[in-house]
Ligand binder design. Structure first.
Ligand code: FRU
Length: 460
């Protein structure tokens, strides 16, 4: 991996292992983002909660590790994923405590003792454990939400026999002692079983948007993490608890390298970060002291098609340096682009409903206007991910299509307006080249905006 591979603008610390984002929260006038982290080596072991904070969602400052395993306690093997909630004015981390076997994980709490969220004190006793009577392969990844003025928590789960992901519901007015209410969602739901079949549903995130409820599920298809789906539907009261009834759903990100996202609802927006894993099966090569990244801050919203669409948070404009505009006219054209992190805004126009191909940084994007699809191909090094279909839908009647492609080191994030997004790990090149092929008289307008942290643009 070349030194250029490090995604310098993405939220992650300089070294160590990173997986899931955890507990994004707005606190004391700043955004705080925690994440699964091993500060000592680029491998998943002795997992802590790393911590970053930001005033503006794009410049992230490192903070001390927030939670680390405590010997002789339920989290002696790792502080796994969870969320942060305001519990009576105290920022409280609700996390998965793993002693040895993740199948025996319990849910624990830690309370912040300062407004910078740098110091945390753990509760002695777990708040919840797997409900008796269900043969589960474990519970993990608590997420707390409110419905009808009642505070609830969900956890991800799966049946020990395999084949059935589940989301379990608890009441948690008393955050320190939860009451199990039953299954919120499982594969009995026909839309869930058709859309999101898996052995375990990790990192459930649930939120209301308008009059709909959305649930995000990260699927384990044994023996490995697979992809992230979302379901759109309703919460209905059922047997003293709630059930999620799905009406529609699909992939949240159509790329090869996106997993375990976490959301934050703030100021009328739903913000989201995911984990972009390495495009490699083995541990990083000698000399490479980091692995994994969080994505840039995204905003998600339901589209006219009742699916969740993602776009980069508008604050990325704070990083934009002087823009270059390049027009490429079909049937074929290409241009060299500036080196370093880039935000490309691309407009494709055609009078004929045919199709476009864009190639950049080892990725090929095919927009097929006859079929109304867009897909992304690249040379994926991990065999099982290489078989994943990336096809998403676009409006086949539109004559203009807009895309954003954000390149930062080895992380590429591609957003098709009104269509899918793709998170990909790429081989960075010093000066990327964009190639365009389209039917005459297609036009591809590229606005290339180098991304520069503000302290550098102002020369501070
Ligand atoms: C998802 C996940 C979670 C777990 C965490 C451990 O990637 O497997 O289910 O809590 O990572 O790091």
């Amino acid at each position: 991996m070349s030194p250029d591979a490090f995604p310098s603008l993405h939220p992650r610390p300089r070294a160590g292992w990173v997986n899931d984002p955890n507990g994004p929260v707005r606190w004391g006038g700043r955004y705080h983002l925690f994440f699964q982290h091993n500060p000592d080596a680029p491998v998943h072991a002795a997992i802590c909660w790393g911590h970053l904070s930001s005033a503006d969602l794009v410049h992230w400052e490192p903070a001390p590790v927030a939670l680390e395993p405590s010997p002789g306690t339920p989290d002696s093997g790792g502080c796994w994923s969870g969320c942060v909630v305001d519990d009576g004015g105290v920022a409280t981390a609700v996390y998965t405590a793993v002693a040895d076997d993740p199948a025996n994980a319990v849910i624990c709490l830690a309370r912040a003792s300062d407004d910078s969220l740098n110091a945390w004190a753990k509760d002695r006793r777990p708040a919840a454990s797997a409900p008796p009577g269900l043969a589960l392969s474990g519970i993990r990844d608590p997420f707390v939400f409110t419905y009808g003025n009642v505070r609830y928590a969900v956890v991800g789960a799966g049946e020990a026999a395999g084949g059935r992901g589940m989301v379990l519901l608890f009441r948690c007015d008393d955050l320190a002692s939860w009451t199990y209410l039953g299954v919120l969602l499982d594969m009995e739901d026909p839309v869930a079983s058709e859309t999101a079949a898996g052995d375990f549903w990790e990192c459930p995130q649930i939120f209301a948007t308008g009059d709909r409820w959305v649930i995000i599920l990260s699927l384990v298809v044994e023996p490995r993490p697979d992809r992230v789906f979302h379901l759109v539907g309703d919460l209905v009261e059922h047997d003293g608890g709630l059930r999620f009834v799905a009406q529609t759903g699909g992939l949240l990100d159509h790329g090869h390298d996106f997993y375990a996202p976490a959301i934050l609802q703030h100021d009328g927006r739903t913000l989201l970060w995911g984990w972009s894993w390495e495009d490699a099966v083995d541990v990083p090569p000698p000399g490479v002291d980091w692995a994994g990244s969080l994505t840039l801050t995204r905003e998600v919203a339901l589209g006219a098609d009742d699916r969740l669409h993602s776009r980069p948070a508008a604050e990325i404009a704070l990083l934009h340096a002087a823009e270059h505009t390049i027009d490429l006219i079909g049937p074929a054209g290409s241009t060299d682009l500036p080196s370093g992190p880039l935000d490309l805004a691309i407009e494709l126009n055609t009078d004929e409903g045919a199709g476009f191909t864009l190639e950049i940084a080892g990725m090929r994007l095919d927009l097929d206007l006859r079929a109304g699809t867009v897909g992304l191909e690249r040379d994926v090094r991990v065999p099982w991910r290489s078989t994943w279909s990336t096809l998403g839908s676009i409006d086949r009647d539109a004559r203009e299509h807009r895309l954003r492609i954000i390149l930062d080191g080895s992380v590429a994030e591609v957003f098709v307006a009104g269509g899918p997004c793709f998170t990909e790990r790429i081989e960075p090149t010093a000066s990327p080249r964009l190639e365009f092929r389209g039917p005459v008289p297609a036009r591809c307008r590229v606005r290339a905006r180098p991304l520069v942290p503000r302290a550098q643009t102002s020369g501070v």
